[in-house]
Design a protein around this ligand. Structure first.
Ligand SMILES: Nc1ncnc2c1ncn2[C@@H]1O[C@H](COP(=O)(O)OP(=O)(O)OP(=O)(O)O)[C@@H](O)[C@H]1O
Length: 224
């Protein structure tokens, strides 16, 4: 039995009808519960790779499996995005006039999780994130770190097997970034989620279990 939860094999991706090649024959594998960094400079192709793994983009060539599903197929692509993966983005993408609780409830409601269960999950995640006291605050009234912690909570509300985090600390100052990264790392262990995180910061990459270096669309494993 193979124990890979993510398998990317020889994947290429370009934009603008091939005029912008972004990934060239990229391959990587991730085990259940691993925390893996995609480490590379701006424009190297990290976001594109995360989007392919999460079914937000389709490859031109190569094969992919995420949580046992093939994102190049229609229905699995939808299931993947709703049930297997949770996304955290650099700029959190939360709704500013809604509260922490409301933002976190949206994906649960969309998936048909019962109200009581969803409310319980919100409280539990906010406890783990040290954010219980902010539950009824609107996003627009929170600090950058608190917004990003809420984004992590929202990404985990449907209990995904995989968390895909795209520069989750990229918009934060250094000490807040350290705090949010530490939380993400501890929380992923606590809830047993696999993490793939794009980062250009060496210190965060080195704190992960394994590193894939992304350089001009090529991907190779580096020492953690
Ligand atoms: N939809 C698109 N159409 C055209 N070009 C794109 C598209 N998406 C990404 N690109 C280009 O692909 C290259 C890689 O982008 P990508 O966002 O994957 O890199 P990245 O490593 O995540 O960079 P950053 O850290 O700045 O987000 C960039 O040159 C970008 O402009």
């Amino acid at each position: 039995m193979n124990d890979w939860i993510i398998e990317v094999d020889g994947v290429s991706k370009s934009f603008d009808q091939g005029r912008i090649p972004v990934l060239t024959h990229a391959s990587l594998k991730v085990r259940e519960r691993e925390r893996v960094a995609l480490w590379g400079s701006s424009g190297s192709g990290k976001t594109t790779l995360l989007n392919l793994i999460g079914g937000l983009e389709l490859p031109d060539r190569g094969t992919l499996k995420t949580g046992g599903l093939d994102p190049t197929k229609d229905r699995p692509r939808l299931d993947l995005r709703r049930r297997i993966v949770g996304f955290v983005f650099q700029l959190h993408n939360l709704i500013p006039y809604l509260t922490v609780r409301e933002n976190m409830l949206i994906p649960a409601v969309a998936l048909g999780v019962g109200k009581d269960e969803a409310e319980t999950r919100v409280k539990e995640l906010l406890r783990l994130l040290g954010m219980e006291h902010r539950i009824h605050h609107r996003m627009q009234d929170l600090s950058g770190g608190e917004r990003q912690r809420t984004a992590i909570g929202r990404a985990l509300i449907n209990r995904p097997r995989i968390l895909l985090a795209d520069e989750p600390t990229g918009a934060l100052d250094e000490s807040t970034a350290d705090r949010v990264f530490g939380l993400l790392k501890d929380l992923s262990r606590e809830v047993g989620v696999t993490v793939v995180m794009a980062t250009h910061e060496r210190r965060f990459a080195e704190a992960c279990d394994r590193i894939y270096r992304v350089t001009s669309g090529r991907v190779e494993e580096a020492c953690a």
